[in-house]
Design a protein around this ligand. Sequence first.
Ligand SMILES: [Zn+2]
Length: 399
Amino acid sequence: MGDARTLLDRSTHGHGSNLKRLIIEIMIKSDRQSRIARRTGLSSASVSTAVQELSANGVVETDKGGDSSGKSRSGKVRLRELRGVAIGVDLGFNHVSVVARPVTSSFDQVIQRRETPGMNRGLRLLLPDVLNLIQDAVEETGQKMADVVATGLAVPRMVEPRTGMFTTPVLAPWRAEDRPIQELSAALGVPVAMDNDANLGALTEQTYGSDEAVEHVAYVKASTGVGVGIMIGSTLLRGQRGMAGELGHLTIEPDGDVCLCGGRGCLDTIVGAESLVAKAKQAQRGSSREAPSTLGALVHSAQAGDAVCGRILSDAGRTLGFALAQLCNLINPRHIIIGGELAEAEHLVLDTCRQELRRYALAGTVHQDGDFKLRTSALSPFAEAQGALILGLQSRSSK
Ligand SMILES: [Zn+2]
């Protein structure tokens, strides 16, 4: 059996770099040649030539397509037997999620691990647990840690596109001196790439979330805070300093509460987990019932019919819809996908969110006939970790 590390360590120059890029794209997703061309930005002719060469060398094979020739480009190109595992890690405030997948398997065959708590423990205490989760997931794939070929990391913080490090100032519980990339990379022996969790959710949803090609995708990560990842074509909109899509710090109430960022009346102060839980506590003061202490518990109570929790979530959907209406008018996405803990409330949040989108966005941006869709992520709660896995593989193109 071939070895993915050796294959990717080969020539990264000229023609070799095209072959490498193609192999990586197939590791991310087995696909038809036309779609691989679209995803990589390579010409159809370049993809066709590279596929022929890789087929002749026994690296890839093409499924029989829909026509009788059996050589159709409509068949999916897939890797033949190859040893190698890709890893995605998502470090949240209250959770750690890890996904591991053999590079020849499809995304829905990924091994998933999730544990609490998360970064609220601090990186030093958390790292050994993260490495244990990775080892456990890799072993379940039937491969070894030495077979890990790429690793990506999702964090709920802004990341500088030019350096791949945190954008300063770094908000708690992260500290500017935290070096998650270096520490993970040293422990695993492979380069690690890092990006914002909402960005990586958007990358996942565009790559795996739909059978059709969707150019404009906004992924909303709504948990402790709200962040948006925006894909325009095959590019993540990161902004000059990685601060694009910080919807959680959009001012909704100019005279509202002061936010962690120093602003006032930010969306996070209204629909962030802490704020929603505080609202439930406030409403249930004096009651013998125990108020939920986490967003997950609040969602659970609402789904069980609790009127207070249900109202808090439908109001949150309304405020989120108002904020997303501004986003629709700015970037006109075709799909908006809600992920994070708030997404687990499904229609309790989506119904009012949709109403407010119709009320405040330009009608043409949210019209169903224009193919607009608002939905929750089917890949939740692992969408961010899956995106980290994709990022890890993509970053091998240049390493
Ligand atoms: Zn803020």
